[in-house]
Design a protein around this ligand. Structure first.
Ligand code: PXL
Length: 276
């Protein structure tokens, strides 16, 4: 049986341990062929560095897609992360429509916000376009802030299960049947991930570590996609991704002044172990 081939669409931050520099090694370590469509090239990510360069690759996308179509190149799944422009989201929708094999899974990480705020450079027009992309996805992988921007529900730091369920219903009302909702915390010292599949709610709770790192959303979503493509069910993929991300955060805490990302590389053997 041939192994799976996926396409991931997100930026290359040359330095910063996020987006493609995470997705490529993490999904490859899961034993899945990982093809890329870079959305933009930045010298670093935008979360803490200043003066970074940004080359938007929006206008390269239609020709890349057309070449793949001419060559008959198709993918078993398409997974999107940080995108470079509002206009680009339209081209990504076109890739969804034309580059997936029959039944290809579409996974959208609406990577655009955290801690109650949009990332640098994004606006409400981008959010509206991202809402449309989520409507075409089989799975969306938002954090709390992204879920709030997508649904228009007010962001809260303190919440209960009723609030999370309201967000889940509003997210699925956008048109996406399944939500992998990260960073949901109901108890002090604990956090976890909600897996909401076709209206069924399940929750994987784990320890909340004292340190947090930039880029863990990308590590999480990439490990989730890799595990899903290895044939795990959504709940198991969500659990494996959570355990791996926790290990990455633990390893990062042992490093001196590693502020710009998570040290995910030394933890890759753990991910491979979790997949067995
Ligand atoms: O980790 C999300 C991400 C991806 N790519 C770029 C970013 C960020 C978050 O800040 O700036 C360029």
């Amino acid at each position: 049986m041939s192994y799976k081939r996926i396409l991931t669409i997100q930026d290359i931050s040359c330095v910063g341990q996020c987006s493609l520099t995470v997705a490529l090694p993490v999904i490859s370590a899961c034993g899945v062929e990982t093809c890329v469509l870079p959305s933009a090239v930045l010298s670093t990510h935008t979360g803490g560095f200043s003066g970074f360069t940004f080359r938007d690759l929006t206008e390269d996308m239609p020709a890349i897609r057309a070449h793949w179509q001419k060559e008959g190149i198709k993918f078993d799944a398409i997974y999107t992360g940080y995108l470079g422009s509002t206009k680009q989201i339209g081209y990504v929708a076109d890739v969804f429509d034309n580059c997936g094999k029959e039944g290809a899974l579409k996974i959208v990480d609406p990577a655009m916000a955290d801690n109650g705020k949009l990332y640098y450079g994004f606006d409400m027009e981008f959010v509206a376009a991202m809402r449309g992309l989520c409507a075409r996805a089989d799975y969306v992988v938002p954090n709390l802030t992204e879920a709030c921007f997508l649904t228009g529900i007010e962001y809260r730091e303190k919440y209960d299960r009723a609030y999370i369920e309201e967000l889940l219903r509003a997210l699925t009302a956008l048109g996406c049947p399944n939500v992998i909702f990260t960073g949901v915390s109901y108890a002090e010292g604990k956090t976890g991930v909600v897996v909401y599949e076709k209206g069924e709610y399940s929750y994987y709770e784990h320890e909340m570590l004292a340190n947090s790192c930039h880029g863990t959303g990308d590590i999480y979503a990439s490990a989730f996609v890799g595990a899903l493509m290895r044939g795990k069910c959504a709940y198991d993929a969500a659990r494996i991704a959570a355990d791996y991300t926790l290990e990455c955060i633990r390893v990062t805490a042992e490093q001196d002044n590693h502020w710009y990302g998570a040290a995910f590389e030394p933890a890759l053997p753990k991910l491979i172990e979790l997949l067995k």
